[in-house]
Design a protein around this ligand. Structure first.
Ligand code: C2E
Ligand code: CA
Ligand code: CA
Ligand code: CA
Length: 275
């Protein structure tokens, strides 16, 4: 019984620490957004399978915390979503990405992640329009990536927001395809321009015929629908050869390039990494 009690105490202390830690991070993120300090947008190339040229770059947010150093977006994006900071964070990424892309000499598109929490409020389409007009980037050079969970149901009007964005001439991609419960339903609910096949299938496809079959089925589906299919998480030449064989139209992953800062931020980021 004594051990049981002790276990409970440790558990509840641990939970309390985590709650405090979260509250701290939330306050620190709010401060970082306000001061425009420590937040960056990195870019990762997406390559056309045929021509091997860069078609677009995905914008991935990065945060260097004053005490903790680099914190993964997998940790702080959910905190932003739950605290209402996601709209501000999202606008920072959207504006930075459009400004940066407007200066790219190769004319590649830029892909920006939009979270479920940003949809259904009627605010995202005006924010996109503003980012485009402020940067002068043409709508055809912007892509918006939404995950399957963002599409789960449309009771909140998320599809209406996506429609308004697509009507501007911006492409809309379905991210992490295959990881949700009703992937195919989402394809029927909205005319996506692009399907991104989750990296877990891609990396698995070299060793497991089942995963290779899934990748091929999605690539075939894309062809039938006239939709671009991107294989995410391509880390090795073996991954690359596999997804090309299965018919994916574009590839993204460490094999071609890791997310990297813009030229403007490169020196600052190098300095932060040294410290
Ligand atoms: P995601 O949208 O699926 O982004 C792809 C993630 O895979 C990125 O992680 C990227 O760095 C990583 N990745 C790319 N190539 C490879 C590879 O070859 N192997 C492996 N193992 N991983 C690879 P990252 O940057 O840590 O972002 C994690 C997630 O955080 C993203 O997943 C996205 O859901 C979210 N996120 C990132 N930036 C933003 C943003 O600006 N807004 C929102 N709402 N979410 C974001
Ligand atoms: Ca994405
Ligand atoms: Ca993804
Ligand atoms: Ca993901």
């Amino acid at each position: 019984k004594a051990a049981g009690k002790g276990t409970w105490r440790v558990f509840s202390d641990d939970m309390e620490i985590r709650i405090q830690e979260r509250a701290r991070l939330q306050a620190d993120l709010r401060a970082a957004l306000k001061a425009r300090d420590g937040l960056f947008v990195f870019y990762q190339p997406i390559i056309d399978a045929g021509s091997k040229t860069i078609t677009s770059r995905e914008a991935l947010v990065r945060w260097h915390h004053p005490q903790r150093g680099w914190i993964s977006p997998a940790e702080f994006v959910p905190i932003a979503e739950q605290s209402g900071l996601i709209d501000q964070l999202g606008e920072f990424v959207l504006n930075t990405a459009c400004n940066d892309a407007a200066g790219w000499e190769d004319g590649a598109r830029v892909a920006v992640n939009v979270s479920a929490a940003q949809l259904g409020k009627g605010t995202i389409a005006p924010a996109v329009l503003e980012a485009l007009s402020r940067s002068g980037l043409s709508p055809g050079r912007l892509e918006i990536e939404v995950t399957e969970t963002a599409m789960l149901d449309d009771e909140n009007g998320g599809i209406g927001d996506l429609r308004r964005i697509r009507d501007m001439g911006v492409r809309v991609a379905l991210d992490d395809f295959g990881t949700g419960y009703s992937s195919l339903t989402h394809l029927r609910a909205f005319p996506f321009d692009k399907i991104k096949i989750d990296g877990s299938f891609v990396r698995d496809a070299v060793e497991r015929p089942e995963s290779a079959a899934v990748v091929r089925a999605i690539a075939d589906l894309g062809k039938r629908l006239g939709v671009t299919t991107v294989a995410e998480g391509v880390e090795t030449e073996a991954h690359l050869n596999r997804v090309l064989e299965e018919g994916c139209s574009e590839v993204q992953g460490y094999f071609y390039g890791r997310p990297a800062p813009s030229d403007r931020d490169a020196a600052t980021v190098m300095e932060l990494n040294r410290a």
